[in-house]
Design a binder for this molecule. Structure first.
Ligand code: GLY
Length: 346
């Protein structure tokens, strides 16, 4: 992600050059190898690359008879509870005030239900709280203090989610915010990470039942109260038990405007292969991108990925810029595969 100052500079440049948001140099989806999942097997579990451990656990549970949503939530819990992972749950990078605020949503295909939480504080497993909203309320989404109170009522244990490592990163970020304030920069050679790290996981059982879940600590250093795409059903994840499921990682602001996960499942419904459905969704996101976020070559300055699985077990992942991978587990075991990229390498 560019810094705020780079955004402001690029906004002026973009305006001056009248840059149009279009996928210049984009790979033609039809020319891309989109055969991932050919000879598809069920069950299958796919996830963002940070879900490699989780897809194996979820797959094993589904093979043993677990419900698809219970299995994938157990899969993402591994990452949520890992204090070394700074993109999800415990240890996630905080907002501008140094407070960790978490978002998550899930869908259960067989029963056509969904649950979500936004801006949840102090609870390490927002995916489970989202499922509790689904299971124990007549609502779909709870946010902020109400979500926290609900979680505690349901038996979740509140804890400090800001690890020392993430606190130090936040202090460095804050020290460098303003060159004229009274805070001295320190650790000048240490890169300050700014992430939109997230974990999405989707599964199809042997019998064709489908579920999806996405969980995140959101954009690092966000404005307090910011909610990304992950807790928004139809953006961060979506599941239709007749068709398939999709989910996303990356810049949530871009995804929300395109209702990306819903759109990807609709492309599946129209007959596109999973990777093609993901690429077509990325094209829509590019078309919806504001000029200040487009670089001089006409490409978005951010990245975003979609992971799509069809009811028959075919799957695929796609990314704007080359390099991203996604995790898969089926009868060939757990592994990482390359996402197809909308743009060729520079
Ligand atoms: N995709 C995660 C976020 O933007 O919050």
């Amino acid at each position: 992600m560019p810094s705020r100052r780079e955004f402001l500079t690029s906004a002026a440049a973009a305006s001056a050059a009248s840059i149009v948001a279009r996928p210049v140099g984009a790979a033609t989806p039809h020319a891309v190898e989109v055969g991932a999942g050919a000879g598809a097997a069920r069950p299958v579990v796919i996830a963002s690359s940070n879900g490699l451990r989780g897809v194996k656990l979820a797959y094993d549970r589904i093979v043993a008879g677990a419900d698809t949503l219970d299995a994938i939530i157990a899969g993402v819990n591994i990452t949520e509870l890992d204090p070394e992972d700074q993109s999800v749950g415990l240890g996630g990078l905080p907002n501008a005030d140094g407070v960790v605020q978490l978002d998550a949503s899930c869908m259960h295909g067989p029963t056509r239900r969904a649950g979500a939480v936004g801006c949840l504080e102090d609870i390490a497993t927002p995916s489970l709280v989202a499922k509790a909203v689904m299971d124990y309320t007549d609502h779909i989404m709870l946010v902020g203090e109400g979500a926290r109170r609900f979680a505690i009522e349901m038996g979740f244990r509140p804890q400090n989610l800001l690890t020392e490592r993430s606190r130090q990163d936040w202090l460095r970020w804050r020290a460098r915010l303003n060159p004229t304030d009274a805070r001295l920069d320190y650790d000048g050679d240490v890169a300050i990470r700014s992430t939109t790290g997230t974990i999405n996981m989707n599964a199809v059982s042997a019998g064709g039942d489908i579920s999806s879940v996405t969980t995140t600590s959101g954009m690092a250093w966000k404005v307090p109260g910011r909610v990304g795409d992950s807790p928004i059903v139809g953006a961060g994840q979506y599941c239709d038990n007749l068709v398939g499921a999709a989910g996303s990682t990356g810049r949530g602001e871009a995804n929300i405007k395109a209702c990306g996960a819903f759109l990807a499942v609709e492309f599946l419904r129209q007959g596109l292969a999973p990777a093609q459905a993901a690429l077509k969704t990325l094209e829509r996101i590019v078309a919806m991108t504001e000029a200040r976020l487009i670089d001089p070559q006409g490409r978005p300055r951010f990245d975003i990925q979609f992971y799509v699985v069809a009811k028959d077990g075919r799957y695929g992942g796609a990314t704007l810029h080359p390099g991203a991978e996604f995790a898969v587990c089926d009868d060939r075991g757990a592994r990482l595969e390359k996402c197809v990229a909308l743009y060729p390498a520079r």
